[in-house]
Design a protein around this ligand. Structure first.
Ligand code: AMP
Ligand code: MG
Length: 501
């Protein structure tokens, strides 16, 4: 039974308006979070709380912490674990589902957008199988930091509303402090959600799910001549745009399984994700990605592979004639490479300060990327440095120093300047454009790692708070935090990241 959290007569109030819990019973399992011993709120995202129509002061009370830890279920919540399937590293698993996450419900935010509020790490569900349904503190902090950094960078993503330590250990290779993350998403419907029903040949469920996501994420498509075709095309477009944005900031998701691919086009499921320091298209951080399936430069191809799995699920909705349906799906999927490439190339042009597109631009940019790869140049610092160099040639020195062979940069810079001269904008205009797309600050691995160590070893959350603060304004210089721009020293390098499940 949902209980009320009283606070001197006041209630921590969520204006839930749930829709997913009203879908057919095979879409989810009703399950309440498992209470924990001694919840302690370590972080509340106050601006996000306000955006969601929640009272941040109330959420910071002990009662608020109990809700965010899953110890008390707030009124109006209809806790469920969602069913889904998925291809994990290419292998199909017909039943995955929320094994350590519970959707409390949905609220309508201040912009009128319906948002899921979900607890991650809140105990077992019928989908947990061997897992414990819990999350360790490290991965919770990592997801909090990286998802909020992505949001500040302007990239569609799930958000983090809160992190709570549970006061209970979780057993991994060793005993680790347990934590719960409150995740906020446009929805948690994934490609894998469609696969769950498609593999069961439950066409009615596929249709009900498609109608739900059209209504929720793509309402304009309800009027389309062929809404389900239009849905596939819309998801293809959002994924193409999303992956282009990832590449433009050096982000590697790490586990692009179909169950980690959101239908709304948000980045979801931050596991062994990482931003690269030096540019290397083949970069992999995840310890479990032995084949490099989810390497940086493979991400567009994998996104298309995942979208192809979605298309297969939608085929029965495309019409009676399956040959024709397949042809139509192929045509829609065929738009992905061009859409991705258009978004990626436009982004790259902005990164080097071009307002227009000309023949030869792609080659110019590719030559820079090749030189960066060959010379182990830091991805973020190179583009941020170019933003300064665009206004002042004296700033070249700092960029060329990032290249193992600085002459490789000089040669490229001469060609770049010639190309910039063909554009009418002033250096100041160019610089403003570049500084708005080339972040100074990204969540560098070694910084994230240091935050986790401080929290776990010393119960010290000051580094966490400071990193969050710096990353909330990634495009501003913030001279007092200049050291956060630096790549790792050799002894600080993080070569592998872990799922932490
Ligand atoms: P993920 O690695 O988050 O994409 O999860 C893959 C699958 O494993 C999902 O079905 C999760 O719910 C499940 N899972 C991951 N960690 C746990 C855990 N600690 N307990 C139970 N299920 C888990
Ligand atoms: Mg997942």
């Amino acid at each position: 039974m949902p209980g009320r959290a009283y606070l001197g007569g006041m209630t921590v109030h969520f204006a839930f308006q749930n829709s997913y819990a009203g879908l057919p019973a095979n879409f989810f399992a009703r399950v309440a979070p498992t209470p924990v011993a001694a919840p302690r709120l370590i972080k509340l995202n106050r601006p996000l709380a306000v955006q969601l129509g929640l009272d941040p002061d109330m959420l910071e009370t002990p009662e608020g912490a109990e809700i965010l830890a899953g110890k008390t279920v707030p009124e109006g919540a209809e806790p469920i674990a969602m069913a889904y399937a998925g291809h994990q590293f290419g292998h199909f698993v017909p039943q995955l589902g929320d094994g350590r996450a519970i959707l409390l419900g949905e609220v309508i935010d201040r912009d009128g957008v319906r948002r899921d509020i979900q607890l991650k790490g809140s105990g077992p569900t019928p989908f947990s199988r061997r897992g414990d349904g819990r999350a360790a503190l490290g991965p919770v902090l990592r997801e909090y930091i990286v998802s909020e950094a992505m949001h500040a960078l302007g990239i569609p993503t799930t958000r983090s509303l809160a992190a709570v330590v549970t006061g209970e250990p979780v057993m991994r290779e060793t005993a680790l402090p347990g934590a719960v993350l409150t995740r906020v998403a446009a929805s948690h419907v994934r490609v894998g959600t469609f696969q769950y029903f498609a593999v069961r040949r439950d066409n009615d469920a596929v249709r009900a799910l498609a109608d739900h996501v059209i209504n929720r994420h793509y309402p304009e498509l309800a009027q389309a001549e062929r809404p389900y075709h239009a849905l596939l095309a819309a998801v293809v477009g959002r994924q193409a745009d999303l992956v282009a944005r990832w590449l433009l900031v050096g982000f590697i998701h790490g586990v692009m399984n179909t169950d980690n691919t959101s239908i709304s086009g948000e980045t979801i499921d931050y596991g062994p994700c990482a931003f690269m320091d030096e540019y290397n298209p083949a970069q992999v951080f995840s310890s479990i990605d032995e084949m490099g399936r989810y390497a940086y430069a493979n991400q567009p191809r994998i996104a298309l592979w995942n979208l192809t799995r979605l298309a297969e699920c939608l085929l029965p909705l495309f019409g009676e004639e399956q040959d024709k349906a397949v042809e139509q799906a192929q045509e829609i999927l065929g738009a992905f490479p061009e859409q991705f490439s258009a978004a990626y190339q436009a982004g790259l042009r902005r990164k080097i300060g071009l307002f227009t597109a000309r023949d030869g631009d792609e080659a110019l940019i590719q030559d820079l990327l090749d030189a960066m790869a060959k010379n182990a140049a830091d991805f973020t610092l190179t583009f941020r440095g170019l933003s300064d160099a665009a206004g002042n040639e004296a700033a070249d020195e700092r960029v060329r120093a990032l290249f193992a062979e600085p002459a490789a940069f000089d040669e490229w810079a001469a060609r770049w300047r010639k190309r910039l001269d063909e554009e009418p904008q002033t250096p100041a205009e160019r610089q403003a454009l570049m500084r708005s797309v080339n972040p100074a600050f990204i969540p560098r691995n070694h910084r994230v790692e240091a935050v986790i160590q401080a929290a776990m070893n010393r119960d010290d959350y000051t580094p966490f708070e400071e990193l969050l603060k710096v990353l909330s304004k990634p495009y501003e210089d913030q001279p007092e935090f200049a050291a956060y721009q630096d790549p790792p020293q050799p002894h600080e390098r993080v070569c592998q990241t872990f799922c932490g499940t």
